[in-house]
Design a binder for this molecule. Sequence first.
Ligand code: BT5
Length: 253
Amino acid sequence: MAADFHPTILRLETIDSTNLEAIRQAKVGAKEGLCIVAREQTAGRGRLDRTWQSPKDAGLYLSLVLRPAIGMNSWPLLSLTSALAVSDALVRVCSLKPDIKWPNDVCVNDRKLCGILAETIETPAGPAAIVGIGVNLKRMALPDVLRQTATSIEEVTGSEPDTERVLSEVLRAFGERYDVLQSSDGFEHTIREWCASSSYAYERRVRVSLENETFTAVTRGLDRDGALRVETDDGQIRIVRAGDVTALRAQAE
Ligand code: BT5
């Protein structure tokens, strides 16, 4: 397939958040493919107003401006596409075996190595999607609570990766996956591939945390727009669009 995605990289020393910068640039006309990369973020963002730790040169911090040619109700699939791309890049660059945790975490050995934040915004040129990707490259000083849950390429491989190589492989893999997403059967293909790359897709006992509610359930695959289907203890199927899932061990409820 011909590659249609051609990123233009804008490199910054420091920024509040590459997603915020991408939003600012998109609002003044940035085209599809603008890629903001920063050596550090002073206010790196996670979902739901959470923080992404972004010390200088310890991670890859990038955001893409996208103007996808697919219906907006399918834009949540961009998050899955990005997680698949990071997974591909980690396999190619360091032979890792990543697992994707719904919706957007790329994990190795059950620890988070990459987080993804996809946002939709209005711009004068029409709606745009901003996809932010943070990959932990090196061991970094993290707050105590994250020491048990986060990891980096250096920690799992024993050596510091080449930042430029990780960046170029993430962008190459993203381009490939993004082209597939926008091709015929691209949604089904992306969902199938995501399910094959995630131990969370089926039969996983999880705790689901929504804004005002927490419950336990078993995962039953993804809906057409990438939302997680779960079966609750009383046999109802529920669709989880925004929230967190945590894996439960059989008796650890
Ligand atoms: C995410 O949110 O995982 C999305 C992270 C996206 C970061 C990228 S970096 C480039 C771009 N610019 C931005 O400003 N953001 C994007 P969420 O699923 O809500 O997870 C956030 C949670 O992950 C935090 O509350 C912490 O518990 C944990 N965390 C924070 N920093 C981490 C890190 N460096 N490594 C692993 N876990 C981290």
